[in-house]
Write a protein that binds this ligand. Sequence first.
Ligand code: GDP
Ligand code: MG
Length: 441
Amino acid sequence: LSDRLGGVFDRLTKQGALTEDDVTAAMREVRVALLEADVSLPVARNFVKAVTQKATGSAVTKSITPGQQVVKIVHDELIRTLQGEDAPDALRIDNPPAPILMVGLQGSGKTTTTAKLALRLKEREKKRVLMASLDTNRPAAMEQLAILGQQIGVDTLPIVPGQTAPQIASRAKQQAALGGYDVVMLDTAGRLHIDQALMDEVQAVRDIAQPRETLLVVDGLTGQDAVNVATEFDGKVGISGVVLTRMDGDGRGGAALSMRAVTGKPIRFVGLGEKMDALETFDAQRVAGRILGMGDIVALVEKAQQVLEVEQAERMMKRFQKGLFNMNDLKGQLEQMQKMGGMQSIMGMMPGMAKMAKQAEAAGMDDRAIARQIALINSMTKKERANPDMLQASRKKRIAAGAGMEVSELNKLLKMQKQMADTMKKLGKMGKGGMLKQAMR
Ligand code: GDP
Ligand code: MG
């Protein structure tokens, strides 16, 4: 997936201005790339639709690096798709002993993940964890968990031959309560395919265990199948989250993208190897970056935007500190406001300007008003702009007429310029440069 998308965006970022056709063509490729990565069709379709809508907006086509803006939009949409609107941030393991039920198909990585998660809870959250294997199907399954438990220093429930899975679950809960454990992890048996026997057993265990979390472990390499398995399990047993394993392999990554959108269940962890520490909290930001294969670009775009703003602001500050603020400066400010969408944002950036920003807002400094003020300034000569004090009645009349406005409006503008020049002068003296500059950073 990342290779495909990387190519699309290489082409996009090289272009200057971006047309709607460019966006449409790029999005067609994004759609194909998603489908090839085994993202389900409806998810791919919705994704492309959302990105196209945002990318063809005026804010993008006017920006300096439209291609990179589109990359960022795709990136942000990836994150939205990956984590949904209300991603939970922690496992519900209050009210000890909190049962965590691990379910999934055989070979998906349930036992491994159970131990990885136990280690994590022990080390990072200082929880006392008891693990129990409920796998009565596979020979040596219980021993596998016991060995892992020894390896990571986490207790396992003693093995009693001949018990059914629900009986073991019940014993595990009792033992956990008696032993003062915070968490009791129940590692269930799987089957090669979803069948009635598997679901019946998991349901029976669930009813006994009353888990606080039911985590479905699925093989991330199986793509769309993983999503289907999740849908099935959620319908029959009810799951609270998903663990995607084998994300260290060169999978196509589509499972992660469809999972949340199709099942509505959050991915909580990803398995990144066979070792006990190879488990990470699911981080949509990181996965989106990985899918795009260009996480750096997004950071770069964000940084570039900040740098541009700071550079511009510093240049202005130098002039202002000298008490210079003529009509050219005002025009620059007004144009900046137009670009940045309003008075508040730019004035809010400047120390001591908050009050003025409020006044300006009250005075109706919306986009249209700003455009009219710029028209007035455009109607002045070079000399007049640099030295607005020279504006007498006849000049005022000429300028106002040139812009198709009343002299009263020009007077308002002049008053504003004067106020701003005064403020700048004061601020400049106050800080001798240093303070003001610091405040800008
Ligand atoms: P279970 O049948 O669901 O309990 O699956 P197991 O936990 O026994 O795991 C099956 C195999 O997958 C084992 O060899 C694990 O080491 C391996 N495995 C589990 N998780 C991962 C993972 O995230 N990455 C890789 N590469 N292998 C994994
Ligand atoms: Mg197992």
